[in-house]
Design a protein around this ligand. Structure first.
Ligand code: AP5
Ligand code: MG
Length: 208
């Protein structure tokens, strides 16, 4: 299964991917997680990406495209993958298309998780994650268990200001790729405004 998760910041892409990859047994490839790892390691890629990410801007296409195309060429992604956060511009979508065509494979599904803008900021500023396991929590909607609560961290771009910038970029740069996939018959629209379990069930139904 080769699939993409698209949606605004805080739609639940990471949350759903962590649940779905277990049943599909494919790697979860998150461009945001890859970039954050590069920032944490202080690599040249991370140095280039850091300022864009903190400000809620998109990292330039030429940086991100190479990084993700190389990743999906790794052996563990040969049988399928779940892309989260990539592509998010038209040039990225076209580059992915070309890379898959060159490899003689095709996408199966593009899952769009839709959540209204007015719910996004609360989801984002309340998010915390466990640096040891990568598990995603929310201080109100999905609080960490007591043994994890002492070590959770907040992302540098999870401020209200950066969140609003990210939302704006989503509407101006990413939403325009939705018709591109709709035209190919790959788009599955999911209402993401429900409890995580319900959203998972909706996605599983749409992919069945
Ligand atoms: P990225 O890491 O991809 O961030 P994003 O797209 O803004 O999405 P988020 O990770 O914030 O949200 P999510 O949908 O994964 O939600 P989550 O499940 O965590 O990108 C970060 C930055 O990197 C970008 O701004 C850009 O700078 C750069 N970048 C990355 N990819 C790029 C690319 N391709 N091109 C250029 N630049 C790129 O959930 C959020 C919160 O809500 C959590 O607290 C969770 O517990 C809670 N929650 C989840 N589901 C529910 C629910 N159903 N009900 C209630 N709460 C819920
Ligand atoms: Mg995410």
């Amino acid at each position: 299964m080769r699939m993409i998760l698209i949606g605004p910041p805080g739609a639940g892409k990471g949350t759903q991917a962590q649940r779905l990859v277990e049943s599909f047994r494919i790697p979860h490839i998150s461009s945001g997680d890859m970039l954050r790892a590069a920032v944490a390691e202080g690599t040249e890629l991370g140095r280039q990406a850091d300022g864009f990410m903190k400000a809620g801007k998109l990292v330039p296409d030429d940086v991100v495209i190479g990084m993700v195309i190389e990743r999906i060429g790794k052996p563990d992604a040969a049988g399928g993958f779940m892309l989260d956060g990539f592509p998010r511009t038209r040039p990225q979508a076209e580059a992915l298309d070309r890379a898959l065509a060159d490899a003689g494979v095709a996408l199966d599904h593009v899952v769009l998780i839709e959540v209204p803008d007015d719910l996004i900021v609360e989801r984002i500023v309340g998010r915390r994650s466990d640096p040891e396991t990568g598990a995603i929590y929310h201080m109100k909607f999905n609080p960490p268990p007591p043994e994890v609560a002492g070590r959770v961290v907040q992302r540098a771009d999870d401020t209200e200001e950066a969140c609003r910038a990210r939302l704006e970029k989503y509407h101006s740069e990413t939403a325009p790729i939705i018709p591109f996939y709709e035209g190919k018959g790959l788009l599955r629209r999911i209402d993401g405004n429900a409890a995580p379990d319900q959203v998972t069930a909706r996605i599983e139904r749409a992919l069945a």
